[in-house]
Design a protein around this ligand. Structure first.
Ligand code: SF4
Length: 702
């Protein structure tokens, strides 16, 4: 038996795993005690990774169909990629580079991301490359950039243990980031006077650790954070010296929050004034204040404003850049951070650069040895699929993600995928809903079979190592992209030396890291070999660094042009979609403890259905009684976009008027297109992140 150290492929905690295998089969997985993220712990998902290797669910060979009504047939890699290159070249010739698009994934490794980005921006010349991180972290990206100058979470996991006052907002951390929650539980057991405030409309398992649970009305987080700041100012618990020395814009914010009185905020948020005062006094009194948040803030039409209103609290109290303090977003996917670093959102470029910034485009163009990069803004996820449906995108490449389940407003997504002239799906699992729309299916290697790097929520880069070979002819994502790119180069630019002559992920990493040099995230000093020698490292880590950087902004200098952080003063805005007499219930969606996203992997392990066996709509008993419904009864839940039939669950922890549906079950399991047939695609104007968390629905008996 051999043992290979690698990283869990599920969430942004980025736990280290030890894979026991015989070179052909993975037998067990255990937590890596040497990995700083988890120190040997694993959650139910990570510890069952070896049970998710169901080969029957895997894509083994490339498959191609030459007409929408035909079945796909097996084809060899040469035939598959030559055909793809020819279709892309012809589409670009006839309709221009913006007629093709890529929709990729926070599950990809950094080297995969980089190869996709280089292909789209240089060889094809389009910014139409977006990722499912758009559904996950793009509001946090805007929040960090507007306030602090860079998309850089400033904290470390050790801050969770060292903080005296933690605010957890819009995150069921106990289920979504379980290993971090275990670290918090252990710290709370050791220091019972550590204050924990949880802000969530639902009473989740995370609330069990809370000293104070603020069950606010959905969408009112901005009012709550402004109300807290109002009280901190009134009680003279802000840090005037820090504000004067390190920030801009406080006067405008102070003037704005004057009107967020405790009475107004309590009424708006549906909480008591006493609880608001208590939360403000804990934040104001503490020596260290840490906030943790996830999709409850991000998946909102006011996601950017929510992020910035929370960061305002840290700047006003000077609680940033210190031990146990700071704003700390919990990343959803394992490598959403790596994607942001490599520029894998349509508005970004590698090295935390912006596609709309001419100087940034020039820097990257020089590095890549091309005359220029495309100026035309790229399409973000919602707009991208609308463009596909409208016929403006004629060739779409989807990699390692399942938009036919995960995107909001599913009817639109299915129409788009069904009518797009050419769809490539690069996938490890053939069971995803999106695979049925593939004209060309490219089998990808998966966890345990591929190599590269990932960056977790605390900016720590780990080396992901393979233990066994991929099944059939499946290949690593970066290798598929580079092979395709070399063929497209020969078609579009015959005779030019290839810019995609990469034959290992380490080569890709070594080229990519140069684009981080001199930037806030500079990890030009790292390499696969150095990570192997020193262990996983937190960026920045430049060539003169001997170890990674635990905490950012410790000197009070921020990543803005003038080095000063910026307060953002924005009012509370209404939800994109509210309830009415036809749709009187507000639907919230989210994760369960033992499932991951669309269940392509976790759905293959029977053990992971022990916690929750099937999709159920959670509803307050009063709402059930008002409809004469019984617990467990089959119901129809409908929104302005579609409907589902599934059992209802009587759940006293739900607030009356609000219902909750797990995000994991797609149309393989439900009558209908899965939970996102109900959700709306209205989005935040800055981050373009859709408001997946709030849609109006009605529930009726079947
Ligand atoms: Fe994997 Fe996240 Fe669980 Fe860690 S907490 S084992 S990274 S799913």
């Amino acid at each position: 038996m051999k043992q290979t150290a690698s990283t869990c492929c599920y969430c942004g905690v980025g736990c280290g795993v030890l894979i026991d295998h015989d070179g052909e089969k993975i037998h067990t997985v255990s937590g890596d005690p040497a990995h700083p993220a988890n120190l040997g712990r694993l959650c139910s998902k990570g510890s069952t990774l070896h049970l998710t290797g169901d080969l029957a669910a895997r894509a083994h060979y490339p498959e191609l169909r030459l007409g929408k009504s035909l079945a796909r047939a097996r084809v060899d890699w040469d035939g598959a990629l030559s055909h793809a290159a020819e279709v892309f070249a012809r589409t670009i010739d006839e309709h221009g580079p913006d007629s093709v698009a890529f929709y990729i994934s926070g599950q990809l490794l950094t080297e995969d991301y980089y190869s996709f980005n280089k292909l789209a921006r240089t060889l094809i010349g389009t910014n139409n490359i977006d990722s499912n991180s758009r559904l996950c972290m793009s509001s946090a990206v805007v929040g960090y950039k507007r306030s602090l100058g860079a998309d850089a979470p400033p904290c470390s996991y050790t801050d969770i243990e060292q903080s005296q006052c933690l605010l957890i907002a819009g995150s069921n951390m106990a289920w979504a980031h379980p290993v971090l929650f275990r670290r918090l539980e252990a710290a709370k057991a050791e220091q019972p006077d550590k204050r924990i405030i949880v802000i969530d409309p639902r009473r989740t398992d995370t609330c069990e650790i809370a000293d104070l649970h603020l069950a606010l009305r959905p969408g009112t987080d901005v009012a709550l954070f402004h109300g807290l700041l109002h009280l901190l100012i009134e009680q003279r618990q802000i840090d005037h010296a820090f504000i004067a020395a390190h920030t801009d814009g406080f006067e405008a914010l102070q003037s704005l929050v004057e009107r967020y009185t405790p009475a107004l905020v309590a009424a708006e948020c549906g909480i008591s004034e006493a609880d608001l005062h208590l939360a403000a006094s804990w934040i104001g009194d503490t020596q260290s204040f840490l906030s943790l948040w996830c999709m409850g803030l991000n998946q909102s039409s006011a996601g950017s404003a929510k992020n910035n209103a929370l960061i305002n609290l840290h700047l006003a109290t000077g609680q940033i850049g210190k031990v146990g303090s700071g704003p700390f977003s919990l990343t959803g996917q394992p490598n959403a951070m790596g994607g942001r670093e490599t520029g894998s959102l349509s508005n970004l470029l590698p090295g935390h650069r912006d596609a709309a910034n001419p100087e940034h485009r020039r820097e990257v163009a020089i590095y890549w040895g091309v005359d220029n990069l495309p100026e035309q803004p790229g399409l973000s996820a919602v707009d991208l699929f609308e463009a596909v449906r409208a016929g403006r995108i004629k060739a779409l490449w989807v990699a390692c993600t399942n938009p036919a389940q995960s995107m909001p407003n599913q009817q639109l997504i299915h129409e788009a995928l069904a009518t797009c002239p050419f769809v490539i799906v690069q996938e490890a699992f053939t069971t995803t809903e999106t695979c049925s729309y593939a004209d060309l299916l490219l089998p990808a290697a998966s966890w345990g079979e591929k190599e590269g790097t990932v960056t977790n929520s605390e900016r720590r880069i780990s080396h992901v190592r393979p233990a066994i070979g991929a099944p059939g002819e499946a290949r690593a994502d970066w290798s598929i992209v580079c092979d395709f790119a070399r063929r497209l180069e020969r078609r579009l630019l015959p005779g030019r030396p290839s810019q995609f002559a990469f034959y290992s992920p380490a080569e890709l990493f070594d080229e990519y890291k140069g684009l981080t040099r001199g930037r806030d995230l500079d990890y030009s000093g790292l390499s696969h070999a150095l990570i192997d020698r020193l262990g996983p490292q937190q960026w920045p880590f430049n060539a003169s660094t001997e170890q990674g950087t635990e905490r950012l902004y410790t000197d009070g200098r921020f990543a803005t042009a003038n080095g000063r952080a910026q307060f953002i003063a924005e009012h509370l805005t209404e939800l994109k979609e509210t309830t009415d007499s036809d749709y009187p219930l507000l639907l919230n969606t989210g994760r369960l403890r033992d499932q991951w996203h669309g269940m392509s992997r976790t759905g293959t392990a029977a053990q992971l259905f022990g916690h929750v066996e099937l999709a159920q709509l959670a509803m307050h008993p009063d709402d059930l009684a008002a409809r004469d419904l019984q617990d467990g009864q089959l119901i129809r839940v409908s929104s302005r976009r579609g409907e589902l039939v599934l059992p209802v669950l009587a759940e006293p922890a739900q607030r009356p008027g609000q219902v909750f549906l797990p995000m994991h079950w797609g149309d393989r399991f439900l009558k209908g297109l899965g939970c996102n047939v109900l959700t709306q695609n209205g989005y935040d104007p800055l981050s373009k992140q859709p408001e997946l968390k709030q849609s109006g629905v009605q529930v009726t008996p079947v």
